[in-house]
Design a protein around this ligand. Structure first.
Ligand code: KG4
Ligand code: ZN
Length: 363
């Protein structure tokens, strides 16, 4: 049995986890800073880094306790070294180096985007030790992975462990970033993805004919025009006597005050979500046909979007997998899983491992 400790601090989640053989989650501890950043409507980098410093040691201790293991039971330490916020990454990388050095464990540096892909390998350890674990089938190479998070929208062809080819990426806003910005415009609060999904439940996705940036002949994405289209619609309503945006409450259309009831928040949220999902799904379907893959994986925070999951599964004739929502967002179990496969391949980081805020998964 191989146990890897994963450490993740690339953005605003301080996380540590212990994973067995790259797949079984022995513990997975995440301290979210979302309440701390809500007032800024996004992640405030210096605040995030300071909070990581306060949280990281107890979080790692909790992960070891939760896994009922000691330092001597571990085989390796895997830590995210990029991409992400420089101050945040520094906390995890330095902690990872310190504990690996102190406990004479090998250190593995992990690309955060690769870690999101490996969330698809994970399964929880059964609560009752006598129960056998039914692991989900392992993803079959070659597969396509759509990594959609707050910072990235990458469509990647994965031909083997560590073998990535970038087919397309966003030219401007990431999918999650677009969700967050549009939620802010609609007064739905932060983080925007879950808020838009919730508001969209009661909305009509065909109410607004929002633009789709098809960027024909490429697998790249662009979401900034869509965001601007939503802004222009909102401004149109403001011209009709709406309150200025910054005064708008966080309520959705159904419960908004009389002055706000004319802005159909739920319909706008549903139309926006449908536009993002249609572009993502159409491009993945095309790429799956062109590259004849046998499997499609979704990864990253936006992969927990229910409409995206449903549409992707409905439109593709090959299996589609996605992690449970708790493993789509940032966590350290996915870092430990990616670390296991690199560890088994003989990879080791040097003590000079540095942060790489602009690291890419593939070119
Ligand atoms: O992967 P993640 O936790 O952090 C990054 O590495 O960026 O992704 C966070 C992003 C946020 O933009 C958030 O709004 C989005 O994922 N998100 C969603 C949903 N849940 C989280 N977007 C759409 N629908 C959701 N249900
Ligand atoms: Zn992430």
């Amino acid at each position: 049995m191989t146990l890897v400790l994963g450490i993740e601090t690339s953005c605003d989640e301080t996380a540590a986890a212990v994973v067995e053989d790259g797949r079984l989650i022995r513990s997975n501890v995440v301290a979210s800073q979302v309440d701390l950043h809500r007032r800024y409507g996004g992640v405030f980098p210096e605040v995030a880094a300071r909070q990581h410093i306060l949280s990281i040691v107890p979080i790692v201790q909790d992960a070891l306790e939760g896994a009922k293991c000691s330092w001597t039971d571990l085989d390796a330490v895997a830590v995210t070294y990029g991409p992400g916020l420089v101050g945040s990454l520094l906390v995890g990388v330095n902690l990872g180096k310190a504990v690996a050095w102190a406990h004479r464990l090998p250190l593995i540096g992990i690309n955060h985007l690769e870690a999101h892909v490996y969330a698809n390998w994970l399964a929880p350890l059964p609560e009752d030790a006598s129960e056998s674990t039914s692991l989900p089938p392992e993803p079959r190479f070659p597969f396509l992975c759509l990594i959609v998070s707050g910072g990235h929208s990458d469509l990647v062809l994965v031909s083997g462990h560590g073998d990535y080819r970038l087919l397309g990426r966003t030219l401007d806003d990431a999918a999650g970033e677009a969700f967050d910005k549009v939620a802010r415009l609609l007064g739905l609060g932060y983080p925007g993805g879950p808020a838009i999904q919730e508001a969209a439940r009661s909305g009509n996705p065909r109410m607004f004919d929002l633009p789709r940036a098809w960027l024909k002949g490429s697998y790249d994405f662009s979401f900034s025009g869509l965001k601007t289209a939503v802004l222009l619609i909102i401004q149109g309503y403001e011209g009709l006597g709406q309150k200025p945006l910054k005064q708008r409450s966080r309520q959705t259309g159904s419960s908004a005050g009389p002055q706000e009831s004319s802005l159909p928040v739920a319909d706008l949220a549903a139309s926006f979500q449908a536009a993002v999902v249609e572009v993502l799904v159409t491009k993945v379907v095309q790429a799956a046909q062109e590259f004849r893959v046998r499997h499609v994986l979704l990864a990253g925070g936006v992969a927990s979007n229910e409409h995206l999951r449903r549409e992707m599964s409905a439109q593709l004739k090959i299996p589609v997998s996605f992690p449970p929502p708790s493993l789509c967002v940032d966590n350290a179990a996915m870092v430990a899983s990616a670390g296991y496969f690199r560890f088994m391949a003989g990879e080791r980081a040097g003590w000079d491992l540095d942060v790489a805020p602009n690291l890419r998964l593939a070119y």
